[in-house]
Each structure stands twice: as structure tokens, then as C-alpha cells.
Design a protein around this ligand. Structure first.
Ligand code: EMZ
Length: 385
């Protein structure tokens, strides 16, 4: 098997029962594995809610390390609709020409850097700086700020050996508080200031709500993008023919990125809390229990995808759910897509081949399932064209 492959650990259970079980810190999760059931559940926010105790819809649950509600992620309609509308335009800025240009410059600079160097550890010396520098564009603040975030490491809530590290989370919360204070004292054109000046239903966002949007912005797009970037580099290392193809057929770029994102499913699943006794895929679930929408499994559902375990670079019909589904579809998706398209185009343009030298897999333990989601480390050598 190729080192860049992400096997599908859900295949048998998806076919057999359509659900899986995970005991997350004593608060079990029924995982929904088929695309059709997942879509139905995602639509039904009255029975399967996001607006539960903050942190409880995340798997692993973050209830012990977080009190702040992430917005709009941990809200249901109609509240969700109003908050989402208030932030939507800002998160579409990646489509603006100036933004795209700045992103291209960042990515070209970094790719030129790694082409100069000898060996590169992709997670810490490529994916993390790339994700962090690009985030300064999303926040509209100076690029130098990325150095602070790079020093935090790849995940804001996790550290080596500790899945949920409360002390590490506090670094982020304190940082965001300081930044909010700064924006109150000296408002600018950055996301903090824009949120502080925003209104929902005729009322300004509270400080706690601004924190909620900012925590989501930092946490939601961090390890997910790092996984997507690192997995892409590993894939192109083992598939130089795909890099070549993207060079000669640039028109397939958007499809290729969607397909990589489908296959990688950088976020395995997200939960919902059940509000009344109900059923998923003909299995009973009790009120106040948890279910999860397993994007990673649904993306390999043979009922929806031809050759689900293969990367078909120009896949035409691709209803993947890597960015979620229904009203909660990923707020950062425009940014993520723009970043990945620019990255893939830049690699195709500048890189002849990538030598994969060493790797350590990042495998999530989901009790019944072990899922490789990416790499803890990936050492490569980039060769210029
Ligand atoms: C939450 C989540 C959002 C959570 C779209 O996903 O991402 C996770 O990485 C964070 O830990 O808090 O933001």
C-alpha cells in the first residue's frame, strides 16, 4: 500500500449496520456511516442539535476544556441563520482578487524556500507555516503574527500524548482575549474589530460571542488544513503523474482539489446531541445521547461514489461532505479551497518531483475504528522543475 493512502476503516460496518460505536470519555457516540443517513440527520436540527452544551458536539468532546460556545458552529436555526449571515461576507473575502494575490505570493515564497532547502519535515516546516500565514489573510492582520501561532504547534487543543490539553487551550483563549482588548482600544480593519462592530438581530455581538467566532476560526481550520496540505504533498510525492497532468490540464484543478478533499476527509466526524428518542439508520438513539456525522465514511460510500477508495483526479460527480452538509457547511471552506487550489497549482508549476524519505502516520483511535487522518511527521525532498 502507498504511504499516502488513507484506508477506509468504516467499510464493513457501513455496509453491515450503517452505524458504528465509540465511547468518547464516557459520553458514547453513535457514528452515522452512510451518506444518505448522514444527510437526513444533518437536515433534522430539531432532533439532532448543534446548540447543545459547548464542546459536546465535537468528538472528542471538549466540554472539559471549553465553556465558550463556538459561533455559528454550535447554534441551530433560527439563531444559527442570523449569526451565519452576519459573518458570511467576511469569510467570502478569499474570492477577492487582492486576497488571492496575497495568498499566491505566500505560497510561492514558501514553495521556493523548500525547493532551496535539503530535506523538509512537511507538517512543521511547510503545512503549519502555510496554514498560519494564510490565516493572517483571513483575519486581515500583518503576516508576522503567524510566528506566534506557529509556536503553538499543530493543534490548539492537543499536545503530544494529550488529546485534550486544557492548559494549551488557555494559551489560545488568553491570546484571543488580549486581541479583543486591543481591538476595543484601537479598532482597525481586522476580523476582531469587524465582529465587535457587527450586529445580529439589531444588537451588537457580545464579547463572549466574538470570542466564540474567533475560537472557531482558530481551531476549526488548523489541523484540518494541516492534514489536507500534508496529505496532498504525500500524494504528489507518490503520484508524479498527477502533478504532470495538472500542469498539462490545468482545467481540472478545481475537480482535483475537491477529489483530494473528498479522499482525505481532513475532519473525520462532527457530533449532534439527540433531543428526543429517535432512530438513525433503523437504530434507536436515546434523548440526550450523541450521534456523529461521519464525513470520512460517507465520502467512501459506494452507493454515491464510483471507485470510492481511489483518487480519480477529474471526478465529475463529487457530492463529498468533507466541508460538512446542509446549513452548517464549513464557514472556512472558501479560504480552504482557495489555499488548496493555489498550493496544487504552485506545486504543479514549480516542482518536478517530491521524494518521500520518512513518515509517521497520525492514526485516530475511534474505539471500533482506527483511522489514519494524516501524518504526525512527513520528511521529503522537493526537486525543482
Ligand atoms: C471545533 C471543530 C470545528 C473544535 C469544523 O470543526 O474543529 C476542531 O478541530 C476543534 O477542536 O473546537 O472548532
Amino acid at each position: 500500500m502507498k504511504k499516502s493512502a488513507l484506508p477506509d476503516p468504516f467499510a464493513a460496518a457501513r455496509l453491515r449496520e450503517g452505524i458504528g460505536h465509540m465511547n468518547d470519555q464516557g459520553d458514547p457516540v453513535t457514528m452515522i456511516l452512510r451518506l444518505k443517513d448522514l444527510r437526513k440527520t444533518a437536515h433534522n436540527y430539531k432532533t439532532f442539535q448543534s446548540g447543545a452544551t459547548p464542546g459536546r458536539i465535537v468528538v472528542p468532546s471538549e466540554v472539559n476544556i471549553r465553556d465558550t460556545r463556538q459561533i455559528p458552529f454550535e447554534l441551530d436555526p433560527p439563531e444559527h441563520t442570523a449569526y451565519r449571515a452576519a459573518v458570511e461576507a467576511w469569510f467570502r473575502r478569499p474570492l477577492e482578487e487582492g486576497y488571492a494575490r496575497a495568498l499566491t505570493r505566500q505560497i510561492e515564497t514558501l514553495v521556493d524556500e523548500v525547493l532551496q532547502g535539503d530535506t523538509v519535515e512537511v507538517v512543521s516546516a511547510f503545512a503549519l507555516p502555510l496554514q498560519s500565514r494564510a490565516l493572517t489573510l483571513l483575519l486581515n492582520i500583518p503576516e508576522a503574527e503567524a510566528d506566534t501561532w506557529i509556536a503553538w504547534g499543530t493543534h490548539v487543543f492537543r499536545s503530544e500524548g494529550v488529546a485534550l490539553d486544557g492548559e494549551k487551550a488557555n494559551i489560545l483563549y488568553d491570546y484571543i482575549d488580549e486581541q479583543i482588548d486591543r481591538a476595543i482600544a484601537d479598532p482597525g480593519e481586522d476580523l476582531y474589530s469587524v465582529l465587535l462592530a457587527s450586529e445580529v438581530n439589531g444588537k451588537p455581538l457580545t464579547r463572549e460571542e466574538v470570542r466564540g467566532v474567533m475560537i472557531l476560526t482558530f481551531a476549526g481550520g488548523r489541523d484540518t488544513l494541516i492534514n489536507a496540505i500534508t496529505n496532498s504533498v504525500a500524494y504528489f510525492a507518490e503520484h508524479p503523474e498527477s502533478l504532470n497532468r495538472l500542469r498539462t490540464e490545468p482545467e481540472i484543478l478545481n475537480r482535483a482539489v475537491e477529489e483530494l478533499v473528498r479522499y482525505f476527509a481532513p475532519l473525520t466526524h462532527i457530533g449532534r446531541v439527540v433531543t428526543r428518542d429517535a432512530e438513525v439508520c433503523a437504530h434507536a438513539v436515546r434523548a440526550d445521547s450523541r450521534v456523529s456525522l461521519c464525513w470520512a465514511s460517507a465520502n467512501r460510500d459506494a452507493a454515491a461514489f464510483d471507485k470510492p477508495d481511489e483518487i480519480v483526479l477529474d471526478r465529475k460527480l463529487n457530492p463529498h461532505v468533507s466541508f460538512g452538509f446542509s446549513h452548517h457547511n464549513c464557514l472556512g471552506a472558501t479560504h480552504a479551497r482557495q489555499l488548496l487550489r493555489t498550493l496544487v497549482a504552485t506545486l504543479a508549476e514549480k516542482v518536478a518531483s517530491i521524494e518521500l524519505l520518512d513518515h509517521r502516520d497520525n492514526v485516530e483511535d475511534l474505539d471500533q475504528f482506527k483511522r489514519k487522518v494524516g501524518f504526525d511527521s512527513l520528511t521529503v525532498r522537493f526537486h525543482a522543475r
